[in-house]
Design a binder for this molecule. Structure first.
Ligand SMILES: Nc1ncnc2c1ncn2[C@@H]1O[C@H](COP(=O)(O)OP(=O)(O)OP(=O)(O)O)[C@@H](O)[C@H]1O
Length: 577
């Protein structure tokens, strides 16, 4: 300070007096002389200032200034450190980033807090936070049928304010912090919770409660994640759960897969006790449209697991990217790789040699007694933009970085084209074949299709448990029922012909005639008898029934013709290739 004062005083004396003197001096001469005199004077004054600043007297003042300033700064830092220590010991701060699932849990949980819902400054949003319906419902929207279509509206407290509430006797302040990421103006949000508490117990309780609230809110749906171009997982949809019984497979297939996966999830300690990696792989192979994907979705719902879809043929996906994706899977989830045979272009064998584009070899035969089929003879190649190699896929599946607790489902229509290294136990533990429709499946599909929803379960149980008895009853009543059916059929046909607009397919406004379960069972029998064993897929049967959505009698009587036309179409396709 003293230095500043001295310097200021010196400058004032030098320039104040100097300028005065210079002015009075300039009055005596012409302008050129004046400028010359001024510059001489300024140079002299400037050098006298520099000389003063580096004089011993000024240096002592500099030292004092440095010591004083240093002491002040140290004090300031100490005060801040103390403040931070006090805050850290009384406040817990938890941050939730928008691209993490925990952010969704917290937003849904917060939306249930009365204070949060009463916010005076709000963001109107249609975000659902991974749920099938809006997390923060606007009162009255659910009750008004005209508002049920489209996305649901929700109110979120504005990011510009801090909200506070009490939770189990602890004060919590919530901030939504938005930060700009990238030059395009996209924003990323972080939710910050400041909890006035000494122990972490309250944060743990809050997190568990938030997760539970979220899980029960999404109880009726399955979350689907896909990989994005930066090799991280992105939530894309929540699908309503599909009941396992709606997928009609050969007896025991669905049960085998669900029970096996359930058993696996409960066996973590068994695996770790034996040093076996806690992972399980299922290879579902067989005819297209036989229910492979549908069953996987249904199993996810049954076991309350999220589905992570790896698109192996995504352009730009390479070995490192796949490994990153698999490492980023959460524990206990379903990882789905569809059409695994289409994944590779070049390096499709273990030595990473480019393989020739070879014709696919024939089937390698049914699975052996251990459930694992004999090694397939060759590997097929398919043109694909993916930069993935087989060894990259194998490493991702069971390399050191592979995630524990994950269930892998791989599907393929070309089982015989898969490399035996990919199919071996440890990578694909259970191989299950999905065949074209059997008569049994056709019959059950028919019943499921035409029976009122509430009676489907009952009827299916009847079909499975007591099929023999049902057959007897049907035979006894066959004659009478057929007469009744025919009469209903003729009515239905006459009502089907109308003067309305011309269109193909069946309008949803029309309904099938209400038939008794026995009538339906009878028609189902007639329908199934006309279906050749393992010749058409369940998907095409479903498509056929859709065209007769309100005409079950016609569906049963016309099926023979349809099968013929399907055969002809198939022969034509085969001739063309
Ligand atoms: N066994 C089945 N039971 C009930 N519906 C089925 C069955 N199989 C197929 N479907 C129906 O057919 C459609 C296609 O089924 P899905 O996609 O599951 O077959 P996929 O075997 O995975 O076929 P792809 O191999 O071509 O992918 C779905 O709408 C599904 O409801």
């Amino acid at each position: 300070m003293a230095t500043y004062l001295t310097i200021a005083q010196h400058l004032f004396t030098t320039f104040g007096g100097g300028s005065f003197n210079a002015t009075s001096f300039s009055g005596a001469g012409n302008s050129t002389d004046t400028n010359g005199a001024l510059s001489t004077l300024n140079i002299r004054d400037f050098s006298s200032i520099v000389a003063f600043l580096f004089s011993v007297r000024a240096l002592a003042d500099w030292l004092k200034l440095i010591v004083f300033g240093g002491a002040l700064e140290t004090l300031r830092r100490l005060a801040f450190a103390l403040y931070r220590y006090i805050v850290a010991s009384f406040w817990i701060t938890a941050s939730f980033h928008q691209d993490d699932s925990s952010y969704d849990w917290m937003m849904v949980w917060l939306s249930k807090q009365p204070n949060y819902r009463m916010a005076r400054e709000v963001d109107v949003s249609t975000r659902s936070f991974g749920l099938t319906s809006s997390a923060v419902v606007v009162d009255g929207e659910e009750a008004d049928l005209s508002l049920l279509s489209g996305r649901k509206i929700g109110l979120l407290p504005s990011p510009t304010l801090t909200y506070s509430f009490w939770y189990k006797g602890h004060y919590i302040a919530v901030n939504r912090i938005q930060t700009q990421t990238g030059w395009r103006g996209s924003k990323e949000e972080t939710l910050e919770l400041n909890i006035l508490a000494r122990s972490h117990r309250i944060l743990n309780e809050l997190l568990l409660e938030a997760k539970k609230t979220y899980n029960s809110a999404k109880d009726q749906s399955v979350s689907i994640y896909v990989s994005d171009s930066s090799n991280s997982w992105r939530h894309v949809a929540s699908r309503p759960k599909r009941s396992l019984s709606s997928i009609i497979l050969d007896p025991g297939v669905a049960e085998l897969l669900v029970d096996d996966a359930r058993d696996f999830l409960e066996s973590k300690s068994w695996y770790s006790a034996r040093g076996i990696p806690f992972r399980r792989g299922y290879l579902l192979y067989g005819a297209p449209g036989s229910g492979k994907t549908s069953l996987i979705g249904s199993i996810a719902g049954e076991l309350s697991l999220d589905v992570y879809i790896v698109s192996l043929s995504r352009s730009g996906l390479d070995d490192a990217g796949l490994s990153e994706l698999i490492t980023g899977l959460p524990e206990k989830c379903i990882c789905l790789m569809e059409d695994i045979d289409c994944a590779f272009s070049g390096s499709i064998n273990r030595k990473d040699e480019p393989a020739p584009v070879a014709p696919v070899a024939g089937p390698s035969g049914p699975p052996g007694p251990d459930g694992v089929p004999p090694p397939p003879p060759v590997v097929a190649a398919a043109a694909s933009p993916s930069r993935l190699s087989l060894s990259g896929l194998l490493n991702a599946l069971d390399g050191v970085a592979a995630q524990e607790g994950r269930i892998l489902y791989a599907t393929t229509n070309k089982y015989s084209s898969l490399d035996d290294a990919l199919c071996r136990p440890g990578r694909m533990d259970l191989h299950v074949e999905f065949k074209l429709a059997s008569r049994y499946q056709a019959k059950r599909l028919f019943v499921q299709f035409y029976l009122p929803v509430e009676e489907v379960e009952e009827a299916k149980a009847k079909l499975v448990v007591d099929e023999e008895k049902a057959k007897q009853e049907e035979e006894e009543e066959e004659e009478g029922e057929l007469e009744e059916t025919e009469s209903t059929s003729s009515t239905s046909e006459s009502t089907a012909v109308d003067d309305g607009p011309t269109y193909f397919g069946t309008s949803h406004r029309e309904h099938a005639p209400k038939l008794r379960p026995k009538q339906i069972a009878l028609l189902a029998e007639q329908f199934a008898d006309a279906i050749p064993e393992r010749e058409v897929s369940m998907a095409s049967l479903q498509g056929y029934l859709m065209t007769y959505k309100i005409r079950p009698q016609e569906a049963a009587s016309s099926v023979k013709k349809w099968v013929e036309s399907e055969r002809e179409a198939k022969t034509k396709r085969e001739d063309a290739t």
